[in-house]
Design a protein around this ligand. Structure first.
Ligand SMILES: [Zn+2]
Length: 249
């Protein structure tokens, strides 16, 4: 077992990854936590991120809070799991969800990224190479804060979503009232200081859903606690700030 204080490091995670999934599951088995993505019962989630956020990382499938929240949301509040044919677009695909979305019965799955070679297509979100109404579901997580013209990207994502479809476009935790941004800022150190990451050109505020609505989306906001209850949120390792913005058209 890796000492708890050393768990939040790339090295520790790499060591863990080398173990078979069954061994990881046995190592952390318990009843206090549940990962809905890999369906593991766990004693706890591991810390993750620069600030060592507790209860974050699944030691079995590597899911983080946002993966678990949106996976549960799709299970509980969408018809994506009913086996009928669906076209799914996954932008900046996280492996943990890519594997499971691809395996859904009836799914035609497309992944895309600006540069990641693991994605099936290279594309620019501001100009999508798809016809209108092409997808039943779109997952584009922690991407818009990187995009120079996020309003153009939102309009494009809306254009390729079919009426009645579901788009989930989560962004990093929202703390400020208003969005602050500077797409012209090119200095990684300045970007990190102002927006929290060397590749971010904005930090979204409480006005994020408003911006999605301006792009033409209908937006429903749902906090994790409203979705699964307080005890449920704790068990899934979700916090107060975790919420879903469901976009439709
Ligand atoms: Zn998991």
């Amino acid at each position: 077992m890796i000492p708890e204080r050393a768990e939040n490091s790339r090295l520790a995670r790499a060591a863990l990854r080398r173990l078979p999934a069954g061994a990881r599951r046995r190592l952390y088995r318990g009843e206090a936590r549940f990962c809905p993505v890999c369906e593991s019962r766990l004693a706890r989630f591991l810390p993750f991120g620069g600030s060592g956020r507790a209860d974050a990382y699944c030691p079995v499938c590597e899911s983080l809070e946002r993966h678990r929240l949106h996976w549960v949301y799709l299970r509980e509040r969408s018809d994506l799991f009913d086996g009928r044919p669906r076209r799914i677009l996954h932008v900046a695909p996280e492996t943990v969800l890519a594997l499971r979305l691809q395996a859904l019965p009836g799914a035609t799955y497309v992944s895309a990224d600006l540069s990641d070679p693991r994605a099936m297509l290279r594309l620019d979100l501001m100009r999508l190479p798809f016809e209108g109404d092409a997808f039943d579901a779109i997952l584009c997580s922690h991407v818009l804060e990187h995009v120079r013209d996020d309003r153009a990207a939102m309009r494009e994502l809306r254009r390729v979503l079919r009426p009645g479809g579901i788009a989930l476009l989560p962004v990093p935790p929202i703390r400020a009232e208003r969005t602050s941004e500077d797409p012209a800022e090119a200095d990684p150190a300045e970007r990190r200081r102002r927006f929290g990451h060397p590749d971010h050109v904005r930090r979204y505020g409480r006005d994020y859903p408003e911006r999605l609505r301006e792009a033409g989306f209908r937006v429903e906001e749902l906090a994790a606690v409203a979705l699964v209850g307080e005890a449920g949120a704790r068990r899934l390792g979700l916090g107060n700030g975790d919420e879903v913005f469901r976009c439709g058209k």
